[in-house]
Design a protein around this ligand. Sequence first.
Ligand code: MG
Length: 341
Amino acid sequence: MSRHASEHVVGLHGAGGEVMGELIRELVLPRFRVRAAGPVGLDALDDGAVLTPPPGELVITTDSHVVKPLFFPGGDIGRLAACGAVNDLAVMGARPWVCTLALVLEEGFPLRDLRTIVNSCAEVLSELGVALVAGDTKVMGRGEVDGLVINTTGLGVAARVVTDSGLRSGDRIVVTGPVGDHGMALMAARAELKLEGGLASDVAPVWSLVARALAVGGITAMKDPTRGGLAAALNEMARKAGVGIEIEGAAVPVRSDVRGLAELLGIDPWQVACEGRVVLGVHPDTVQGVVEALRADPQGLDAVVIGVVTDAYAGRVIVDTGVGGRRFLDMPLGDPVPRIC
Ligand code: MG
């Protein structure tokens, strides 16, 4: 009889012995690309992986994911953990290359849910050709962790790194799609709100979008508007570059159901996290080409110019309200929606 017969995570699953080995051989190895990144891959189950990086700049990022609930409209923590890693690489201009996966599980967690979650993670990585090169499994007692925490570390390779501090006066600000979907979908799921039209997270890998934009050229800065949403991303980009950003309020795409729920809850949708969008600074000469290239991607159909970079109001973001008013867009104090990633 399989030691998984209980179909729930037990302490031994994190104990480094046979039971854990069985779990890894069943759950991880067949689902991920575990070779191809160097002489010693995850399939060797050695103490570490040995990697041979392709030419270019090596970019690394890490994130721990504590999203609640673990399953939400549009995705789950596995998809989110994979996208969290690869998207931070992408917005640095790096093609995602390899990834690690560390699971911290609560004893009693259903193995069926774990399989689904790990599969979601594998799906994103294999879509991008990203190899899984290292992993870890730990189990904590009941009540010591809320179900499951996932840490991912990603490495990517960039021909030319794009930072979030490169904006220059005259650049246009582009966003690749509607903002606030992820955070509002989670809010709706938590409140068990049944919404018409099916509000869903935008969680998705953005590398294909980024690659299209980079191929056109003139990209001066990039950022993924995750925690703190568009408002935080714009403020950070303005501060770091010491420039002002003027946003045309009416141009910022927000889905009507996101707007509706945000109003109901008293939340600014511009402060709500996205997990599949990119904010770009683009040179005016190439901006039209970049927007067209983004719109040629199914994920970038609503890509649009929302503003311009100026010398005035250095470090600040100004919104033209469209009714003759102008206001500062402040840096959010924190995320209005906790545990969204
Ligand atoms: Mg980021």
